[in-house]
Design a binder for this molecule. Structure first.
Ligand code: FAD
Ligand code: DHB
Length: 394
């Protein structure tokens, strides 16, 4: 069977789903192909922090009701090193912008319910097998959903994550890939425990990085730096709490509040950029095009930034027959992407203990942290990057 739409989208992650909403708002049709089930998509644990403009966008799209009610809104973050804490007043330093802690799978639930409510098509259990004709006017996507099917469309958007096939459809000779692999990973846990601190703590103490985050008043999210090759079975609950105490404890009587750990997993950290992010009638967006280490909380936000640029460009092409914004898609996105890459690399190197670095370099990272404490422009730069840089398409 051949389906027909204007924009064929591969992947129902943040990039694909936000794009479908934005296109709908502009009167452009799309179909999303997603290889996993709806339940799997809505239960996978990933990012936690939304930039201020992403929350605004959710409101503009009519899916902001739950985030307004259920998210945690913070005015700052805490940096910690040498058993000392320093509050970075993000809201004060950025003229009133707040940090929103609202997990990615909740964003996805809101996006999916909203899109299906509009009568939009999301085909779950539909694995994209091949992208055809991207250098012609009639591209198509072959997919398998209990049998072979095809979508004929005007444009293909591969929002299919880092391991998807979209990026590979750009001929290897036409793309340059930039990559950095870090020698550490993150062990993340969910614990049924009360809140220990009123905002996120990013710590570099003793054996390295720890992050204290939250989900609900009774469920907390925490991460510690680990070896990316570690077997999760080697991390008993006792060992995890021991490391969290080493990295988060201070000397003023504060107590990390423990509880049963009911989820744990390890992710590796990498930085990656693909240039260009387009080829003919194919556009790649989000993790398909770039990866950041999670320390700056940028991955999800950057995926949404790409598709905002893309939706505006597709609208200009359909409505005004103006293809210039589409031609500039890569250049426009990569300006923001490289700044997010820089910020994520800066936060990651400053806050982790890298066994391949010298004691000299470790001291430099502590000096970087102390500059944020003592020099307002340094703190402001961190705050502006963390909460989300202004959007400019110039
Ligand atoms: P994805 O969310 O990866 O969505 C791509 C979708 O495409 C998936 O649903 C996939 O099933 C589908 N797909 C792939 N191939 C096909 C195919 N052939 N056919 C059909 N569908 C296909 N960021 C943070 O800021 N903080 C974090 O703590 C954090 N933790 C993370 C943990 C993990 C394990 C991972 C992988 C990422 C994490 N990130 C984190 C990054 C953040 O979650 C991503 O940047 C974000 O999900 C990117 O959205 P996306 O839509 O581009 O891609
Ligand atoms: C969370 C994840 C991050 O990568 C981050 O920088 C902050 C918070 C979280 O999962 O809550």
């Amino acid at each position: 069977m051949t389906l027909r739409t204007q924009v064929g989208i591969i992947g129902a992650g943040p990039a694909g789903l936000f794009l479908a909403h934005l296109l709908h708002q502009a009167g452009i049709e799309s179909i999303i192909l997603e290889s996993r089930s709806r339940q799997d998509v809505e239960q996978t644990l990933r990012a936690g922090v939304l930039e201020h403009w992403v929350v605004q966008l959710m409101h503009d799209l009519g899916i902001g009701e739950r985030v307004a009610r259920e998210a945690h809104f913070h005015d700052g973050i805490t940096l910690q090193w040498n058993r000392q804490r320093h509050h970075v007043d993000i809201t004060g330093l950025t003229g009133g912008k707040r940090i929103t802690v609202y997990p990615q799978h909740e964003v996805l639930k809101d996006l999916i319910a909203g899109r299906l409510g509009q009568g939009g098509q999301i085909l779950f259990g539909a694995r994209c097998l091949a992208i055809n004709g991207i250098d012609s006017d009639r591209p198509s996507i072959d997919f398998d959903m209990d049998g072979a099917d095809t979508i004929a469309c005007d444009y293909v958007v591969a929002a299919d994550g880092f391991h998807g096939l979209g990026r590979q459809a750009i001929p290897a000779a036409a793309r340059t890939e930039y990559q950095k692999i870090y020698p550490f990973g993150w062990l993340g846990i969910l614990t049924r425990a009360p809140l220990s601190w009123h905002e996120l703590i990013y710590a570099n103490q003793q054996d390295g990085f720890a992050l204290l985050s939250t989900r609900t008043p009774d469920v907390q999210r925490m991460y510690i730096q680990c070896d990316p090759a570690d077997d999760i079975a080697a991390w008993s609950d006792e060992r995890i709490w021991g490391q969290l105490h080493d990295r988060l404890d201070v000397d003023d009587g504060w107590q990390l509040r423990e509880g049963p750990i009911f989820q744990k997993g390890i992710v590796s950290l990498r930085s990656f950029v693909c240039d260009p992010m387009q080829y003919g009638r194919l556009f790649i967006a989000g993790d398909a095009a770039h990866i950041v280490p999670p320390t700056g909380a940028k991955g999800l936000n950057l995926a949404v930034a790409d598709v905002l640029v893309l939706a505006r460009a597709l609208e200009a092409s359909y409505r005004r027959n103006d293809g210039s914004l589409l031609d500039r898609y890569t250049a426009t996105c990569l300006r923001r992407v490289w700044k997010a890459e820089r910020f994520s690399w800066y936060m990651t190197t400053m806050l982790h203990n890298n066994e391949h670095e010298t004691a000299f370099e470790r001291r430099i990272h502590f000096a970087d942290l102390d500059l944020v404490r003592t020099l307002e422009p340094q703190a402001r730069a961190l705050a502006e990057n963390y909460v989300g840089l202004p959007f400019d398409e110039a």
